[in-house]
Design a protein. Sequence first.
Lengths: 702, 441
Amino acid sequence: MSTSSVSKGCFVFKPSAKKRKIVGNEEHFRRGCEEKDGCALRYKLCKQLWDRIISDTESLQDELNKKILDGLLDFARERSGGRKHGDWAAQMRASEIPTAALMLGVNVPDHDVTFQSLSELLRSSVGPYVASLQAKECGLLKHLMKRVLERITGGVVAVDEEEDEEADASQIQTGAQCSISNLCEWYKGKFKKSTGPNPPVVVIFKDLEAFNPKVLQEFILICSRYVQDLPLVFVFGIATSPSTIQNMLPHSVSSLLCIELFHSLSCTQHLSTVIDRFVLTPSFPFKLNGKVMQVLISIFLYHDFSVRNFIKGVQLALLEHFHSQPLSVLCCEKDVALDVVGHLQPKDLERIRGLPSFKRHVEAQTKEEQAELLTDDACLKEECKKLIKSLHGYHKNYFPVLRCLHALTSSLPRYPLGKQIRELHLICLENCVWESEDYGTAMKLLRMLSKDELGAGVQRCVEILEQETSKTMREALERLQELLSKMKGLDLSDMAPPAQEPVITSPVRNLGKKTDLFQLQKTLLQMNETRRSKRLSPFEILRNETVDFIETLVKSHLSPPETQPLHEALYYGSSATVRRHLNATPRTSIQAALSDPYFYLQNENLRAEDGGVSNRAPDICVAYKLHLECGRLINLFDWMEAYSTVASAAEGADPEAEDFGRVDEIRHARFIRAVSELEFLGFVKSTKQKTDHVARLTWGGC
Amino acid sequence: MTGPLQHPGYDEEKLRKIAELLPCREVQAELLLSLMGQPEHRSYPAIFIYGHRASGKSHTINMIMKELELPHVMVSCVECLSVALLFEQVLLSFFGADAAALLPRGPSLSDFVRIYRQQCSDSPAKQTRYIIMEKAEMLRDTDANLLPALLRLQELVEDNVSVILLSEIVWDKFRPNTGCFEPLLFKCETILEQILSKDRHPSYSAEFYSSYINILLGVFYSVCRDLRELRHLAALNFSKFCEPLEEGKAKESDTHKLWRNIEPHLKKAMRTVYLREVSSLQWEKMQEMEEKEAGAVRGLSAHTHVELPYYSKFLLIAAYLASYNPARTDKRFFVKHHGKIKKTNFLKKNEKTSNHLLGPKPFPLDRMLAIFHSVVDSRVAPSASIFSQISSLVTLQLLNQASHDDQLDAPKYKCAVSMDFICAISRTVNFDIVKYLYDFL
């Protein structure tokens, strides 16, 4: 690189953009498959699903926020309009600023979307004067003022500060200071002639808790002076509880506001809707297996409550799936997938043969068929088509039956199969649900339900199944309807156990006599026997019939996806990757890097057995390893001696030589650098107890 | 009551009008006028008026200035984010926009004085000019030289100008330690009843309204003497007061009956709308509703429940424990097989008072995390999201950062939630927090 400059100095050379080779996105999807077509197809499918997630979540969010936003809009409209035609009482109230306190919950990352749609809606239906503010841009009152004025007038406002020197291009008026009185003048000038109700000036405080209370108080005080001329409306976004307002604002300020509360949907409900839309549906071909699902849900419940992050997690899984699994070309709608099977390359077919689920499937066939499947490509393709059809069929039945089972069990005492459908889904994904103990309890409880409860449950199942179109589900529906109508046909007299029950001499009477423990046990068992054998009422028979039918449905349709051949194409299962990406552990990574440099550097020289560190490792690793052997206080000189010995051994010096392990300048400097790096990473710090020592900040060691 | 206002140099008609507009403020108005002297006379350089909120300071001054058409400017000090705004407003209203435009960016006090003198030599004052500063207590936070300079502005600009400061705080709290020119002080006191009775409802007689005001003051006078607030309350509850009249159950003269009707209602108002637990609009709606439905509208402080992620709850619990337990006792609470340590053994002299009375103490992050790992029932990896939860608890103001922002140097926090709040939180995760609190041992 050279310059035409004659003077001596530092020059920056930016890399020219042309030289960089632009790699198409498709190229990244080539793991495990060399054919260009496969990559492109995988990229295309991934992009489709990705876009679908985004557009669907947006519409879902709008749908969910609609109610609360409508309430807010009405509020803004009404409060601004109502001021003009005031009766006596309204006139007395006019000095209050209408304020909407919007309760959003602690899932702060989701708030942005809500506020965005809120301000868009306000702009389109109430008026253009909407300013939304974030606490971090309003540290001082003058910044707050500046933001408000900028956003409402749409221009740039001068603030009394050097940094804004160049910003006076389009001021509202020359030399204008940012104050509400200027805003008021501007507003009056705008609506001098109009007679109807003027649009309100809406100021949205996105994160009320983070605002400096003093700034907020002063702002409200100033605004209240102009409320007669300027129809102001405030919106407070509150993450915790409404009492924050009282904590932040003294009575003299809060008495200037007329606060109304608005509650948004709770984040768990929101998550349920999202799961309903993306996970519990056969129409979305990409699926997550139990472990990944568990990771995503626990991140949600344990860490952030953020639906947006949950969706990001699903997107990450989607990307990883298409990126790492060559057979993800089959992860699409049924018709498309069948078409793709026809064009599969021999290599892909080999991969299919290698799939564990397919191997299991093959083993279940007869000898001749096995041979055919393993050798004949055409036959394999036919089989694949059949399997894909059955996989899609499985999903078509799985979800309705899951919903039915949930409808029946979600109201049982102590929720043996979970309160939320996602819990039941997780159980079903992991194992065969009917083998679990909880399932047994649930069925036992179902067999004890009253007529009304069971009837309501079956009714819900019928409603769920009515929306389904597949043949098996139609049949199940008919059967359930039949059971339901029978149940309704029973009248009260049938409910009671038949009266002509033969009176057996109750063994309970014998209990009056003195008995030993063994005797008692025997009698109780006997009683149990007789109760079981007693004749059932028609309702009980019907109830057993219903529950039996439900059980057969569950057994035939709720088997875990791992039992289905070819499930690998649709299900993403690497929970470790998702966890690593979404729930990063920086501390663990640093420790891994320091104690095992090979893990990140992948240099054969650094490979060390039995958890030790090779002496060729970077200085900081050696210093780290040595410091682990020390107690709470480390003598720097001893540490340096030890380091120096290791360093000379690494240079291949003769251990017998006189200057082995001697500290020279270079080693000294390297050691000091390593120590200060460790200090920066927070492993040691200097201490005042002993000047030539440092204190360890971590526990444990070798 | 004194007679009508009299002062040489002003139109008597106008003075009578002022007296009408300022009920109960005749004495003050007269005093003020005598201080101001005749319009052409030099006035006293600085006057300081103080009195409780809404005792009519600004109103009195405003009326006098407006009615007598004296040259003046009203400046609210809250609004003056910078002195520039203050100077601009003064120059603008005395000499017009051209003068205000002369101010440089970021003007200093001497700029202001220079421009003022320039302008004033062009158009010298025929009458005294008044600069009225509302909420003057804010001036204490601005530049140290501003207040002394304003007090001697007359000398500085050599013009007939007088500065009137209005404040809720006594002058003793203003006096700068470098000394300054003492202004004349006088105090406004509150007389409510007559003023309140002034804004009566058009469709009812004055006596009726003043009897209502009497009742209202009987309830609220002990808690609130703020005229504005009382006015607001009067307006809100008046319709309820009139209800029996409209239904024909009582006549205007039936004071006792009316009182019985309104009294419980006003008491309820004191608990809710006066504290702004419910907004005035909701209050009006509640009045329209039946009694039993009205219970459905809950006040602001009724919603204290906060939904938090699982680990955030435990982090908050750990922070609470770290804030209210002495660090020495951690071993006893969080180490298994700690042996028997009785409370008396490690009770120090100064720790006999309850920690809950002393308030939260700052604790380092490490201690909080150590407690967190010990109270949470599963193994939790120290992942980034645990740390980000701590900072989001800080932004939600459930934790306060007690030291500076430097993350490298072991930050310290304080727990900012109440005992009730933390008990509610720990109940949701089945954690018996009382067992872990040193104060309740």
